[in-house]
Design a protein around this ligand. Structure first.
Ligand code: GAP
Length: 515
């Protein structure tokens, strides 16, 4: 069986070969952690964005959208805390000259202990079969207890070091537990230093006194500074939300794992403004709504889990991540944060403007509290590609690579394939395509054998292939071939819309979310 590492490498190669993701400016050997989306990638990405946008805007009558500029007044980032606190702790290995995030090295160390414990449990579960009692095993097995104790000890030190911003202690953990550089294999580490992740540039000519401005590291601040504009012009009443999709930029220290950690990426964020004191109720509400959004995609409920934060960000009083099982383990795809009134109060202070909300029901003014849902488009893209990529052995020794994408998100929904390039079949095929193309993204292909054409569509995840043959000219029926089970059925042309729509209409997913 191929290792997860191999599968991931194949996925990256496949993404490039089939026009999903290319390294940025590849003819110049690329640019670290920056990627371009190709002809199929952009369709998948747009579908993900539409799924998120419509789930926010259509399903919630009290959520509206905006599209704020990437450049913002520099004081925004002072007020938000990013200038002073948006740092990662970095450490270098003196032998390999590679740079790492100290917190990530320690998280990897914790994950190693988790793996050791899981292995013991799996071995025992196999040995004892149905009579295996995991709880009892965890509480009594000496090796599990020893590893758990070590893990707890490291974890406690780690959380304290993060909360105290104690960089020396972060280094001490790395040294005490013999963390080695994966490349050089040595423990020759530098001290841990803070590194600000924001990119900056200058606006205006230097003669006029250029202003240092930042490329936004999150889209959220564009929502905060516009919250009162939207509230007033939209006559919004608390609770209400503002959604936004847009680019964000971070000068990540360690950019790895393909599009998982990028320096330019896209976020889909929603800030939900609530009465102070009601934030925990809404935090739970949005946790539930967001996990339903993910699970409705049908990639497997077991691939998701919540992970509460060890260290709360400077603005939060509760925070959890939705993690997805990537080929390199469970990783954050979305963050849900209770941001208190931190941002609005801070903008009020720095701008000197009153941005309080007058609540007519309470007959009082207050600064709203905020629940934020923040999901990365690119990480969602990666999670969907990873869960959909399949290599299958077929009968007769043949094999295929198929992307079992959720049909709703597939870049191309329908491939129209005349069996041969003559006898009026292309004309009939074009006629069918002309009828379907207003509703579904279709592609037309008449080159090569039908088997090869099916494989090409499998590789980009097209859920339906429609073959037009000589019989079609007589009975107005076509063969529909289904991507996942490769089953074929003969259907009337007039039934095509219904068959396709039933699988690719987003309504089906939305119904699962609102249940
Ligand atoms: N406004 C809150 C915020 O930005 P975050 O946890 O830093 O929170 C939210 O980011 C989401 O943005 C993450 O869950 C992830 O999906 C995505 N994201 C963050 N940094 C990223 C990066 N360097 N590359 C790709 N996606 C990233």
């Amino acid at each position: 069986m191929a290792s997860q590492d191999d599968v991931f490498k194949k996925l990256i190669a496949h993404s490039k070969e089939y026009g999903f993701v290319f390294p940025s400016s590849e003819i110049y050997d690329g640019l670290g952690a920056v990627y371009d989306y190709g002809q199929n990638g952009v369709e998948l990405k747009n579908n993900i964005k539409r799924y998120w946008w419509d789930s926010m805007i259509l399903l919630n009558e009290n959520v509206v959208g905006i599209d704020a500029a990437i450049f913002m007044h520099p004081t925004t980032w002072k007020a938000s805390g990013h200038v002073d606190a948006f740092n990662d702790p970095l450490i270098d290995n003196k032998d390999s000259k590679k740079r790492y995030r100290a917190d990530v090295l320690i998280e990897d160390l914790l994950a190693k202990y988790d793996e050791k414990i899981d292995k013991e449990i799996q071995k025992a579960a196999k040995r004892f079969g149905d009579s295996f009692d995991e709880k009892q095993f965890r509480e009594t097995n000496p090796r599990v207890l020893e590893n758990q104790a070590k893990r707890d000890e490291i974890h406690a030190r780690f959380v304290k070091a993060l909360n105290d911003s104690d960089l020396d202690e972060l280094k001490a953990i790395i040294v005490d537990y013999d963390v080695v550089d994966p490349i050089s294999g040595t423990k020759n580490w530098t001290d841990v230093r803070q590194f600000n992740l924001m990119f900056s540039t200058e606006m205006g000519s230097t003669a006029d006194g250029a202003m240092k401005i930042y490329l936004r590291p999150e889209t959220a601040q564009g929502i905060f500074v516009n919250y009162l504009n939207v509230q007033k012009t939209g006559r919004m009443k608390i609770p209400f939300g503002i959604a936004q999709i847009g680019k964000a930029f971070r000068n990540e220290i360690v950019a790895r794992q393909f599009i998982f950690r990028m320096r330019e990426f896209e976020q889909m964020e929603m800030q939900f403004f609530v009465r102070p004191g009601e934030e925990m109720k809404w935090f739970e509400h949005w946790k539930e709504m967001r996990i339903r959004w993910h699970k409705a995609l049908g990639l497997g409920d077991h691939k998701y889990r919540f992970h509460d934060h060890d260290k709360l960000a400077h603005y939060a009083n509760a925070a959890t991540d939705i993690e997805f099982e990537m080929p390199f383990g469970f990783k954050e795809v979305e963050g849900i944060h209770s941001r208190t009134d931190f941002d609005l109060s801070s903008h009020e202070k720095f701008s000197g403007k009153n941005i309080k909300y007058f609540d007519p029901e309470l007959n009082q003014s207050y600064t709203p509290y905020v629940i934020e849902t923040s999901i990365g488009v690119d990480r969602t893209f990666l999670s969907i590609m990873a869960a959909s990529y399949c290599e299958e052995q077929l009968e007769g020794g043949d094999s295929r690579v198929v992307l079992k994408l959720p049909p709703v998100l597939a870049p191309v929904k329908v491939a129209i394939l005349p069996l041969v390039k003559k006898d009026g079949l292309p004309e009939k095929a074009r006629e069918i395509m002309d009828n379907l193309k207003f509703d579904f993204k279709c592609t037309y292909d008449e080159k090569d054998s039908i088997g090869k054409r099916y494989r090409r569509q499998d590789a980009i995840g097209t859920p339906f292939c429609i073959t037009i043959d000589h019989q079609t000219l007589e009975d107005d029926c076509v063969t529909v071939r289904h991507r996942d089970n490769m089953e074929q059925e003969r259907v009337k042309i007039s039934d095509l819309f219904g068959i396709i729509d039933q699988q690719v209409n987003m309504k089906n997913l939305f119904r699962k979310i609102v249940k």
